[in-house]
Design a protein around this ligand. Structure first.
Ligand SMILES: CC(C)(COP(=O)(O)OP(=O)(O)OC[C@H]1O[C@@H](n2cnc3c(N)ncnc32)[C@H](O)[C@@H]1OP(=O)(O)O)[C@@H](O)C(=O)NCCC(=O)NCCS
Length: 423
C-alpha cells in the first residue's frame, strides 16, 4: 500500500469545533491540509524557503522529504488555518486564499527525565514552515494558528502505530527565525541557542595526517549502528547525571537514524542541485583507546570513542554538526577525549574544504569542544555565537493530565540541544 503522508488519513474539512482557547480569531480553525492545500502552501511559501532551488525543485524537495522514514505514515503533518464558513474548495483550491496561515509538524521520539529519577518515553513535535501569505500578514493569523497548534499537538499521539497509542506528547519545539518574542508570547520558551564557528582552512602548523590517522569516515551504512549506540548512551546519561539546582525535568530529542537520514535526504537533494554530487561522508569517528571498535558494538554506549555526524549546507556553504557524541569526561579519559575532539575538528575541516566550504558549525558546544577548536584553529580564528534572531531553539512543555507536577519553563533543561533536532 502506498504510504500516506497526511494524518489523520482523511482530514475532515471545515468541521472542527470552535476554538477551545482564547485567540484573536475564535471563528477560525486549524486542521490538517488536504493534498492540494499542502501543494499550494509550498507554492506560496517558496519565496521564503526555496533558497538556491528553483520553485519546481523546492516543490520536489518538500515532496521528497515527506517520504523519508521519519516523515512517512503521518510522521509529518501539514496544517492550515482557515475560516470554516469561508468560500473555499479545499479539494481543488483554484482560489487558495482561504489558507490564512500554514505550517508543518514532524513527530520525533523523545525522553523526559524528572528529578525523582523517573524516565518517560514521549513524542515531541518539531514545528516548521510557519507562514502567512503576504496579503494576510499583520492580522494575527500566525499567532492564532500557533495558539491552536500548541493546544492541538498536546493530544496528538502517534496515529500510525496502535502499540504507541499510550505514548503521550511531552513537548513541542521550533527554531524561530524571527527572534525570541513572537513565539514566547504564545508559549514556546527560548532556550540556549549558541554555536561555535571555525574556518575550514587550518593553520599550516596543523598536520592533518597526524591528527586524523586513526579517524574513520562515517558512511551512510554505519549510521544505524552509531545512532543506536548514541541513543543508548543518552538514555543512561540523562537518567544518572545529577540535576542542577532548580531543574525539575530534562528533555531530549533522540538523535535516531531516522532523524539523521531526514537531514541527509535534504543535503543529498540540495547537493545534487548545487553541484551534481551527493555527499557520501556523513561524519567522522575517533577512538579514545587502541581497542575501540568501529562501528561500536550494539548495546554499548560508545564510551571509548567520539564522533561527529554532520550535514553539508549547500546554500550557506557550511558543514554543520548534527550531533557530536562525546563520552562523559573523567580525569582518566580527559586527554584522550580532547585528542579525539581535535581529530574530529581536523576531519571536519578537511571535509568542508573538499566541498569548497569555508566554515564549520557546531551547536551549543561544551567547554571541551571549544577548547579543542581553539587548540586546532587558534584563539583568534573561531567564534562562539549566541544567536538572537535565527534558529532560536524554543520549547513548549505539556504537563501530564491529572498530574500534580509543577514544572515552570525555567525548571526545564533541554539536553543535547544540537542541530539534529532542527526542522
Ligand atoms: C512571520 C509571519 C509568519 C507572521 O505572520 P502574521 O500572520 O503576519 O503574524 P501575526 O499577525 O499573527 O503577528 C505578527 C507579529 O509577528 C511579528 N513578526 C512578523 N515578522 C517578523 C520578523 N521578521 N521578525 C520579528 N517579528 C516578526 C510582528 O512584529 C508581530 O508582532 P506583534 O503582534 O507583537 O506586533 C509572516 O510574516 C511570514 O510568513 N513571514 C515569512 C516566513 C517566516 O519568516 N516565518 C517564520 C519562520 S520562524
Amino acid at each position: 500500500m502506498a504510504p500516506s503522508t497526511t494524518s489523520p488519513s482523511s482530514p475532515t474539512v471545515n468541521s472542527a469545533p470552535s476554538s477551545p482557547i482564547d485567540v484573536k480569531h475564535p471563528h477560525l480553525i486549524l486542521r490538517p491540509a488536504t493534498i492540494p492545500e499542502r501543494h499550494y502552501s509550498w507554492v506560496i511559501n517558496s519565496p521564503s524557503w526555496r533558497g538556491i532551488l528553483t520553485e519546481n525543485a523546492y516543490y520536489l524537495r518538500e515532496a521528497h522529504l515527506s517520504y523519508q522514514d521519519l516523515t512517512r505514515n503521518g510522521g509529518i503533518m501539514y496544517w492550515v488555518l482557515v475560516d470554516p464558513a469561508g468560500p473555499c474548495k479545499p479539494a481543488c483550491p483554484e482560489t487558495p486564499d482561504h489558507i490564512l496561515s500554514a505550517c508543518e509538524t514532524i513527530r520525533k521520539p523523545c525522553l523526559i527525565v524528572r528529578s525523582n529519577g523517573e524516565v518517560e518515553d514521549v513524542i515531541s513535535y518539531g514545528i516548521g514552515g510557519v507562514y502567512t501569505s503576504e496579503r494576510h500578514r499583520g492580522k494575527g493569523y500566525a499567532r492564532t494558528m500557533m495558539q491552536l497548534l500548541g493546544h492541538q499537538l498536546k493530544d496528538l499521539p502517534d496515529p500510525s502505530d496502535p502499540k504507541k497509542a499510550h505514548v503521550r506528547v511531552g513537548f513541542s519545539v521550533l527554531y524561530s527565525d524571527i527572534g525570541k518574542q513572537f513565539y514566547k508570547k504564545v508559549g514556546w520558551q527560548p532556550h540556549q541557542s549558541s554555536h561555535i564557528s571555525f574556518p575550514a582552512k587550518l593553520p599550516s602548523s596543523v598536520s592533518a595526517s597526524s591528527a586524523t590517522g586513526k579517524v574513520k569516515k562515517i558512511a551512510k551504512t554505519d549510521l544505524k549502528a552509531l545512532c543506536a549506540v548514541d541513543c543508548t548512551h543518552i538514555r543512561r546519561f540523562v537518567a544518572k547525571t545529577p540535576f542542577k539546582a532548580g531543574i525539575k525535568a530534562r528533555c531530549v530529542q533522540l538523535p535516531t537514524v531516522e532523524v539523521m537520514e531526514w537531514h541527509h535526504a535534504r543535503e543529498e537533494f540540495l547537493g545534487q542541485y548545487a553541484t551534481t554530487k551527493a555527499p557520501t561522508v556523513k561524519g567522522a569517528w575517533a577512538p579514545l583507546t587502541p581497542t575501540a571498535e568501529y562501528p561500536p558494538r550494539e548495546g554499548s554506549e560508545g564510551l571509548d570513542s567520539a564522533w561527529a555526524i554532520w550535514t553539508h549546507d549547500f546554500a550557506e556553504k557550511k558543514l554543520v554538526f548534527l550531533r557530536l557524541h562525546v563520552p562523559p569526561v573523567t580525569s582518566a579519559n580527559k586527554d584522550a577525549v580532547s585528542a579525539a575532539l581535535r581529530a574530529l575538528v581536523v576531519a571536519a575541516a578537511e571535509e568542508a574544504q573538499a566541498w569548497g566550504f569555508s566554515e564549520i558549525l557546531s551547536w551549543n558546544p561544551d567547554d571541551l569542544t571549544e577548547e579543542a577548536v581553539k587548540s586546532v584553529v587558534g584563539e583568534e580564528s573561531y567564534d562562539l555565537v549566541h544567536r538572537e534572531n535565527d534558529s532560536i531553539a524554543s520549547l513548549m512543555w505539556y504537563h501530564r493530565e491529572g498530574g500534580s507536577e509543577e514544572v515552570e519553563p525555567e525548571g526545564i533543561e533541554w539536553l543535547f540541544n544540537e542541530k539534529s533536532g532542527w526542522c
